[in-house]
Design a protein around this ligand. Sequence first.
Ligand code: AR6
Length: 175
Amino acid sequence: MQTASARISLVIADITKLDADAIVNAANTSLLGGGGVDGAIHKAAGPQLLEECRRIGGCPTGEARITRGYNLPARWIIHTVGPIWRGGVDGEDELLASCYRNSFTLSERHGIKSIAFPAISAGVYGFPMERACRIALREMKAFLEKRSEMETEIIAVCFSGSAYRCYQDAMQELW
Ligand code: AR6
């Protein structure tokens, strides 16, 4: 049995290129696309993704919804809506943790064995990266420790060298 840390890989990559069972999208409550990673995912997946998202009809902050991956290498896309940073006094930490937990719940339900996450909320939504990646890794670790018999691989996707260093520092603290 592998340890939780051995089942989390840290990569610098464009998440749309990853050949995981599922990639996670940092969406907004409309689920109708936007900028950042959301825009990149919709562009790479193609227009059928927008059609399926329209049918879903939105997603509250902290929750998650699943669609097919269409033209992406990934079979599934889990769309989750992170909190907008308002200084940390508006329940942002707990809402961000819920994004990860609800994404994992969907991944288990769909038998997903590899899942790649961007740094949810740490772009346009302004969540400080150091704080966001600690919450992300804490939830990833908790998920893997609870299901140590399962073969799930988690990929934490960084979009810059500075994000990568934040994750590395947080990993050292948490393990
Ligand atoms: N691959 C991996 N990571 C990426 C990519 C990519 N292709 N593109 C950006 N990132 P953001 P949020 C990183 O802004 O803060 C959208 O308009 C980025 O560097 O995409 O949750 C939605 O529609 C950052 O570290 O998401 C919402 O309105 C991280 O992904 C809003 O932005 C998240 O940045 C959501 O804001």
